[in-house]
Design a protein around this ligand. Structure first.
Ligand SMILES: [Zn+2]
Length: 248
């Protein structure tokens, strides 16, 4: 039963997000440029809440306080190094950034690795409990949607045709599924390491929220979008909190 939950959310957060992002490209660029920061703000709220009040407390419950916080700290370092090595970035700007301007294939490799980790996080959360998994899956879906919109724009900018960009994005998005299945099969029999794994999962969400998404929001200085962004961040937090209160 848990496997179906895991596969459902892995599909939703990967192929579902890519398909929704492809549909999103039908909107005029002006509309997309206004909507994407709002989606990113909502995603930031869900990631921070799912990491801090969802995954981290469960890591502490299952692995103890010291071990979980060490795993969290180690996670921040691991994700920093991975990001530097593989240019794994959440770039939501619609114009090529310093890194992404170079080549479309690098975006795809980094994205595939990131999606693989998302799959591991989804499976670890569901193996811990179904309500934690649902909150985690929603946080994955929320940040993947604007990320895929950004990736589409960057691939098109680096010369991919629409159908090629869709195909490659679907392929790199599909990496969530092997990540989820691998974590399901290995973690199922290794309950002893669930605490540290959930600590790493929390680190992944907090890192993406604070290190990748927030700086992008700060860069957008327009006719004061700050208040709307803050409200949407609160809405993201409210979604996770509401789920926790209703699902237990
Ligand atoms: Zn992701």
């Amino acid at each position: 039963m848990v496997l179906w939950w895991i596969l459902g959310f892995a599909l939703l957060g990967s192929l579902g997000a890519v398909s929704a992002a492809a549909a999103f490209l039908l909107f005029p660029k002006r509309v997309r440029e206004r909507l994407v920061p709002l989606l990113v703000s909502y995603a930031t709220g869900t990631l921070l809440a799912a990491g801090v009040i969802g995954l981290l407390p469960r890591a502490i419950e299952q692995g103890g306080l010291t071990t979980s916080l060490r795993a969290l700290l180690a996670g921040f370092l691991v994700f920093f190094v991975l990001e530097r090595l593989l240019i794994w970035r959440h770039c939501h700007a619609e114009s090529p950034c310093e890194v992404h301007g170079t080549t479309g294939s690098l975006i795809l490799v980094g994205d595939a690795l990131h999606n693989f980790v998302d799959g591991v996080v989804i499976a670890a959360a569901f193996l811990s409990s179904v309500p934690l998994g649902i909150g985690t899956g929603i946080a994955v879906l929320a940040h993947e949607l604007p990320q895929e919109v950004g990736d589409f724009a960057l691939l098109l900018d680096s010369g991919f045709s629409r159908s090629r960009a869709l195909l490659w994005n679907l392929l790199s998005g599909a990496a969530t599924i092997p990540g989820a299945i691998l974590a399901y099969t290995t973690l199922g029999s290794l309950q002893g390491i669930m605490g540290p794994v959930l600590g790493l999962a929390a680190a992944s969400f907090i890192y993406i929220g604070l290190a990748d998404l927030v700086p992008g929001l700060h860069r957008r200085i327009g006719p004061d979008p700050g208040f709307a962004q803050f409200l949407l961040m609160l809405a993201g937090i409210g979604t996770i909190l509401g789920l926790q209160l209703s699902l237990g």
